[in-house]
Design a protein around this ligand. Structure first.
Ligand code: ATP
Ligand code: MG
Ligand code: MG
Ligand code: MG
Length: 488
């Protein structure tokens, strides 16, 4: 089943069960001080759970563009290294705002997976919240009893607060949840260990696909829980993981969500990506695979963020986007040996692939391409020199911790985000002194305040006297030019 059809069937199913289908909210949040990016389907409905305002319908379904690179849900470090966590992913979701509750939600989830998508029942496991003394929330007997009518009790697992009590952030609506996991291992592997033991255990082929949250509480700023005015349902299913299960694959990157992007990278680099089915690959090939996964993942995050109005910049959400892109650029430079801007060329593939459902990526295609190309060109100008400096630093370091001042120099002069430097150092078995970095950063802040830097959103107006610094974009209709001020 093609990914387009997987998405459509989800929405059709909930539409036929009385849900209003709404578009995804933008990936970037502009008016929520507790959250930088949409990290789940429920974020755009948060206020309804809290009892503020009325939704267009008590039953809603959609697919939400999510980004998990900061805050409570941050998967960045796993991306590329595993085959089922992305920075940007689609979350299919259905909601009840004070309407239906556990019984309907669980029955529909089961019906959709086993009857519509026809996932074999013997490949599924479900989990139920065991309760938490700390929060005074009891074991979810109700969910257990509903599941019991659908699935063998041996396949129901108790989950702790970490896995089965869902919270968007440190504050806000939350509640116990019941999750569905799919076992995609080979028959040989299944015979060795029951799937049940691999649930929530970071196994790449026993993965969580769908979370059904029963929203009953609000976590207050002081950490305590209060009951919400009504009971709600909030579900989220990972679209790319569902496609993996339905397309008979064992990696999200082997589904048609990613293969067109991977093929384009192969075409540009002349390298080959090996699918998850091919085992015993060389260390070299493994590095190539990781780099390709990182790049095809990150380009989606960056492209959708820009299309939704978040340009890369030096502060806030814009800097998060810039960091993600620079991470991808460096993977291409070091592991795919591509020294020219090329990631921007993937935008066309993405627009053709996703543009029908997400028109913004099509309508903003030119802008997104230009911004990424300019960002690539800009970082590539200092990347090689910076890497060389880092190499020298590592060679000169006795012990395994490099100086924070050097990491700051890379950040300040060469545009290396500190997490990128940390990643490169980690590959070499090193870390850096974070306190020293912070000291240097503070010193620089004091210096630039003294130099009366004026900073507004994506525009930094600099008074001469600083090193070459990114200062913003000059936008004309179909062209984005990066304006720089050089050291004087
Ligand atoms: P995991 O335990 O695998 O990290 P999660 O419990 O953090 O997932 P939820 O917050 O429950 O995820 O989100 C609902 C669904 O969204 C998950 O069941 C999963 O299918 C999907 N999902 C979560 N994080 C990611 C991600 N980084 N990339 C792709 N899909 C994801
Ligand atoms: Mg997670
Ligand atoms: Mg989980
Ligand atoms: Mg979960």
């Amino acid at each position: 089943m093609k990914s387009q059809d997987v998405r459509k069937q989800f929405l059709d199913f909930f539409k036929s069960n009385g849900h209003l289908i709404v578009p995804s909210a933008p990936i970037v949040l502009k008016d929520d001080p507790t959250l930088m990016f949409n990290n789940s389907g429920m974020a755009q409905f948060k206020e309804y759970f809290l009892g503020n305002g009325t939704p267009k319908s008590p039953r809603i379904a959609d697919t939400q563009k999510c980004l998990r690179v900061s805050g409570k849900h941050n998967d960045l470090e796993d991306v590329g290294f595993d085959t089922y966590h992305h920075t940007m992913f689609e979350m299919l979701g259905n909601w009840s705002f004070g309407d239906y509750f556990k019984k309907e939600a669980i029955n529909w989830a089961w019906q959709l997976l086993t009857e519509v998508y026809k996932i074999p029942k013997e490949n599924l496991y479900v989990s139920v919240f065991e309760g938490s003394k700390e929060d005074n929330v009891p074991f979810d007997q109700e969910a257990w009893d509903i599941w019991k009518t659908l699935i063998d009790e041996d396949r129901i697992i108790l989950g702790n607060k970490k896995d089965n009590f869902w919270e968007m952030g440190d504050q806000g609506p939350c509640g116990p949840c019941s999750e569905i996991h799919v076992d995609l291992r080979s028959e040989e592997e299944k015979a060795l260990k029951p799937g049940k033991e691999e649930v929530n255990n970071d196994h790449a082929q026993v993965v969580e696909i769908w979370n059904n949250v029963f929203m009953e509480f609000n976590r207050k700023a002081d950490g305590s829980l209060e009951k919400l005015p009504a009971q709600h349902v909030d579900t989220g299913m990972g679209f790319e993981r569902l496609c993996m299960a339905l397309q008979g694959k064992t990696s999200n990157y082997d589904t048609d969500v990613f293969t067109p992007l991977i093929e384009k990278v192969e075409q540009i680099t002349g390298l080959k990506y090996t699918s998850d089915e091919i085992k015993n690959i060389s260390e070299e090939q493994n590095k190539t695979n990781i780099a390709i996964r990182v790049i095809v993942d990150h380009v989606r995050a960056v492209a959708f963020a820009i299309a939704d109005g978040q340009l890369p910049s030096n502060t806030g959400a814009g800097y998060v986007i810039r960091r993600i892109l620079r991470r991808a650029i460096r993977y291409g430079f070091t592991f795919l040996d591509i020294k020219e801007p090329f990631i921007n060329k993937l935008v066309e593939v993405l627009a053709n692939q996703m543009g029908e459902f997400f028109p913004e990526i099509k309508s903003q295609q030119q802008l997104v391409t230009n911004v990424i190309r300019e960002e690539e060109a800009s970082f590539l100008r200092t990347l090689e020199q910076g890497l060389q400096l880092l190499e020298n630093v590592v060679t000169e370091t006795t012990g395994k911790e490099v100086s924070g001042a050097k990491v700051f120099e890379l950040y300040d002069t060469f545009g290396f985000p500190k997490d990128l430097t940390a990643l490169i150092l980690k590959e070499k078995g090193f870390s850096y002194n974070e306190e020293e970095f912070e000291v240097e950063l503070q010193k620089q802040k004091t210096r630039s305040r003294a130099a009366s830097e004026v900073s507004t959103e994506d525009w930094n107006v600099l008074i001469p006297g600083n090193v070459e610094t990114f200062v913003g974009y000059d936008k004309t209709e179909n062209e984005v030019k990066i304006t720089r001020i050089r050291k004087v």
